[in-house]
Design a binder for this molecule. Sequence first.
Ligand code: PEP
Ligand code: MN
Length: 361
Amino acid sequence: MAETIRKIALGELELDRPFVIAGPCSAESREQVLTTADALAAGGIRVFRSGVWKPRTKPGGFEGAGSEAFAWLQEARERTGMKLCTEVATAAHVEEALKAGMDLLWIGARTTANPFAVQELSDALRGTEIPVLVKNPINPDIDLWCGAIERLSGAGLRNIGIIHRGFSSYERNLYRNLPLWHIPIEMKRRYPEITLLCDPSHMGGSREWVAPLAQQALDLMYDGLMIESHCHPECALSDARQQLTPSELFAVIHRLVVRDDARVPDGIGLLREQIDELDSELVALLAKRQRLSNEIGDWKIAHNMPVLQSGRYREIIERLSALASKQGLDPAYVTAIMETIHRESIRQQMKQQEEVESAKA
Ligand code: PEP
Ligand code: MN
């Protein structure tokens, strides 16, 4: 299976490194598409991305312009010569995108996570040779990602690449989606020839993260990048915070350092990156715990309860010591951490009470 996956080919296009696909999150209007495409093409971008149908977490948001957008994209291609790339999530999307002559397709993170949908897409794509880029599933399940590639290649597709856009997490983190770099690196081990792109826009979720994440990806020998760019990011109907203007994008690309030697963090580097991500999650969890503890503080004030509830504290320590033993940790170590956390909770709740007292006085 791995040997059937080759670097993607885009007709006569040389895929130099980094190979950059850029364009807005969504095609919003003819004017927005053409203005953005003209600027990107003028700066040397050769593949234009834009969502025609947008998967939105909640209903009520902008769900894409739909098939009407294909005419704007075709016009952009006629003017600029750029290839066109859009997202498909259903067999009907595939049919329309092929009819409209899209040059590349991508499968979004939510769709990759759904084997029924991926099979439906694979069946609809059977018999075509269009390049398909598969984003990682939103959850960090590498076999699900491989499964999507196998379904597509099982339908006879050979032009398959992957896009690493990060993995969602319950906790609020520095990044919108956790990179978990070891997962795409393992994908490269499983499919050595596969084209690997990074999408620092969805990974970072904010424009200031695009440059450092893109550099990190290049240092890991990724083949290229998919970056969101919009002529007026602040007015974007989706993902406004993470899009760059075309000139900001060129500044980012210009500053990227392309090295030939893989800086793939081996053993310790990769492990340290995972430790750093876990530490960030720990801090996010501590912040969340403190917010809850402050809510409890308010409740104690409202119900005239003392801050310190020693029975409750004993219960917490006993429960966590037992859990620590089960997980192979020293209960004394976990107790010491919990004491520190508890001390801070109490300090904060005392402060809350003092503030209420002094407001009364
Ligand atoms: C997108 O590329 O605009 C998109 C919806 O991406 P993802 O599937 O990575 O969230
Ligand atoms: Mn987007």
